[in-house]
Design a protein around this ligand. Structure first.
Ligand code: IPM
Ligand code: MG
Length: 370
């Protein structure tokens, strides 16, 4: 039976980077079937809902989800289609699928050394690490309240974690660390927050079951500083929902920007949703200027983790790397001194580079100085 992928392109730059990525998919994974569904503001326009029943039905008959982005411009948030859009679509989707593990790889492509804020001595030593973000709990999913007290407007976000939620991602993190370098850093704010104190206790209690893994526990404020000064210390970093959201954006900055970071989310049964870590960038939507890398790299994660096709995943990564190495950049990573390629022109280069022979020719011409 052909495997089916639910494609939820969504809003902003979502549809254009998704179209670019599906061109790549047609080359490397011709056996997959892709079926489109509605999500976000776009779905609201068509159905009056951000996450309509038709999309829920599509998910039920799919083997994985390739997600684009949702949300609208900050000056249009009052419109019904954008009100609560992220909460009603991507967060509802994560809850619907019980996605509790989010994996965000931080990889330094040598060709992008000039846009990474890191000095050479650092990025040479830290070619890659992984951020694991708990995705189902914390203040993202606790009760929210708005009310008046003593004539003041008050708002509350409840943050809850139970030990099973922490244990699930902690075990995933220990296992991943054991497969990699054996080093695990768990990040929390245990000196202040009750949820973090529980987090630290549970992660600590599991350590004896994974003697091959060395555990370091860091406070999140310290980790934010260490990410900038000494990122090479990290291999697998595990943290809660909110801290993971913030630290992964910071880490993508080390790579050269949010347009470069893919992500994979899993539930306990291993079902996966794959999406760029960045947002819908409405300011550049529809202009063929978006960077499709994070979406293409999310496809690579999907092929590797949902369909066990490491070869196809590597092919995409190498094609992107060769495209960058041959001097092709979208506007977000051009830094003013590289020629700027549109999303479609960049995509054509990636597709060309999927062909090994063409890729080798391109690399050879770079080595010989063009
Ligand atoms: C992310 C995004 C989402 C989040 C938004 C769009 C709700 O920032 O995936 O990191 O905060 O989880
Ligand atoms: Mg985020």
């Amino acid at each position: 039976m052909k495997k089916q992928v639910a494609v939820l392109a969504g809003d902003g730059i979502g549809p254009e980077v998704m179209a670019a990525t599906l061109k790549v998919a047609a080359q490397v994974a011709p056996d997959l079937t892709f079926e489109h569904g509605l999500i976000g503001g776009h779905a609201h326009d068509e159905t009056g809902e951000h996450f309509p029943k038709s999309t829920q039905d599509l998910l039920d008959r799919s083997d994985a989800v390739l997600f684009g982005s949702v949300g609208g411009p900050s000056d249009a948030q009052h419109l019904p289609k954008w009100q609560g859009c992220e909460v009603n679509s991507i967060l509802a989707l994560r809850a619907h699928l019980n996605l509790n593990i989010n994996m965000r790889p931080v990889y330094f492509d040598p060709s992008l050394a000039d846009i990474s804020p890191l000095k050479e001595a650092h990025y040479k030593r830290c070619t890659d690490f992984v951020i694991l973000r708990e995705l189902s709990g914390g203040c993202y999913f606790g009760e929210k309240k708005d009310y008046q007290k003593d004539q003041l407007r008050v708002s509350e976000d409840q943050a809850i974690y139970d030990e099973a939620q922490v244990e699930s991602i902690a075990r995933f993190a220990y296992q991943l660390a054991a497969k990699r370098s054996g080093s695990l850093t768990s990040v929390d704010k245990a000196n202040v927050l009750a949820t973090s104190a529980l987090w630290r206790t549970v992660v600590d209690e599991l350590a004896s079951e994974y003697p091959e893994v060395t555990l370091t526990q860091q406070l999140v404020d310290n980790c934010a500083m260490q990410l900038l000064l000494k990122p090479e210390q990290y291999d697998v970093l595990v943290t809660d929902n909110l801290f993971g959201d913030i630290l992964s954006d910071a880490a993508s900055g080390l790579m050269g920007g949010l347009g470069l970071m893919p992500s994979a989310s899993f539930n306990d049964q291993g079902f996966g949703l794959y999406e760029p870590a960045g947002g819908s960038a409405p300011d550049i939507a529809g202009q063929d200027r978006a960077n499709p890398m994070a979406q293409m790299l999310s496809l690579a994660l999907m092929l590797e983790h949902s369909f066990d096709d490491v070869q196809a995943a590597e092919k995409i990564r190498q094609a992107i790397s060769a495209t960058l190495a041959s001097g092709h950049r979208t506007q977000d990573i051009a830094q003013g001194h590289w020629p700027v390629f549109t999303c479609s022109a960049f995509t054509e280069q990636v597709i060309d580079a999927l062909d090994e022979e063409k890729r080798n020719q391109a690399m050879a011409s770079i080595r010989s100085g063009y």
